[in-house]
Write a protein that binds this ligand. Structure first.
Ligand code: CTP
Ligand code: MG
Length: 233
């Protein structure tokens, strides 16, 4: 199991166009944030959670956190800045070979089985890896008129999801190098790749969606209830 969980939850959810950030919208009777933390806690009850929130967040409540050990941190302007707050905090707390799992608060449908599957796949690895799913759609590249310029072969292409799990020392080096180079990491793996490492792609369920657009909320609710019905958590 990972020693540390970093959950970036400082986003504003602008594409969702809701009255509050999407992590506080309700899935059934619980906020998205509470649902996501519940799954992580069920899989890794002993981990310490670093929860990165907007400093002006008016919706968070401590009752949403099921972990015995957790720390609230101030997030930043971009996702990478929010995760960095966790990486920096860990400098005084983590060992270089500790496992750190980073998981988007906007992915409440990740299953306990996939969380365990990821850790099982990487636990002997010196670097780490992430949940991902092979691309199933045919991919098109556009020209300047939004007409098709080319069909991109999807062979060997994956969708990167979270959690992304890496040794603390590797993550710290990746964040330091990216910051110095002015490279914007859109996920942890991209920073680790820049160091010359090859993170492991661990096949995860394709229903681990990131709630992004308004129609995604009802979809996530249906995915959660279908997972509960089949108790394939
Ligand atoms: N995130 C964060 N800090 C930011 C931006 C994003 O912690 N400054 C987090 C979000 O809360 C989310 C994850 O990073 O868990 C993925 O980001 P995204 O899906 O883009 O969420 P938002 O930035 O909130 O949404 P939008 O881009 O539509 O505004
Ligand atoms: Mg965003």
């Amino acid at each position: 199991a990972p020693q540390w969980l970093i959950v970036p939850a400082a986003g504003r959810g602008t594409r969702m166009r809701a009255a509050c950030p999407k992590q506080y919208l309700l899935l059934g009777d619980a906020a998205v944030l509470a649902c996501t933390l519940a799954r992580l806690h069920e899989a890794f009850p002993e981990a310490t959670l670093l929860l990165c929130l907007d400093g002006e967040d008016q919706w968070f409540h401590e009752s949403m956190v099921p972990f015995a050990r957790w720390q609230r941190l101030d997030g930043g302007d971009e996702r990478v800045d929010s995760v960095r707050a966790g990486i920096d905090w860990l400098a005084a707390h983590a060992h270089g070979d500790d496992w750190v799992l980073v998981h988007d608060v906007a992915r409440p449908c990740v299953t306990v089985a996939d969380l365990h599957h990821l850790m099982d796949a990487i636990h002997d690895d010196p670097v780490g890896g992430l949940l991902a799913a092979p691309v199933t759609d045919t991919l098109k590249r556009q020209d300047s008129d939004q007409r098709i310029d080319a069909t991109v072969p999807r062979q060997g292409l994956w969708r990167a999801m979270t959690p992304q799990g890496f040794r603390y020392g590797v993550l710290r080096e990746a964040f330091t190098a990216a910051f110095e180079a002015g490279f914007l990491m859109t996920d942890e793996a991209s920073g680790v790749e820049q160091l010359g490492h090859a993170p492991l792609l661990v096949t995860g369920r394709s229903d681990n969606l990131k709630i992004t657009h308004p129609e995604d909320l009802a979809l996530a609710a249906r995915i959660l209830s279908a997972q509960q019905d089949t108790s394939r958590l």
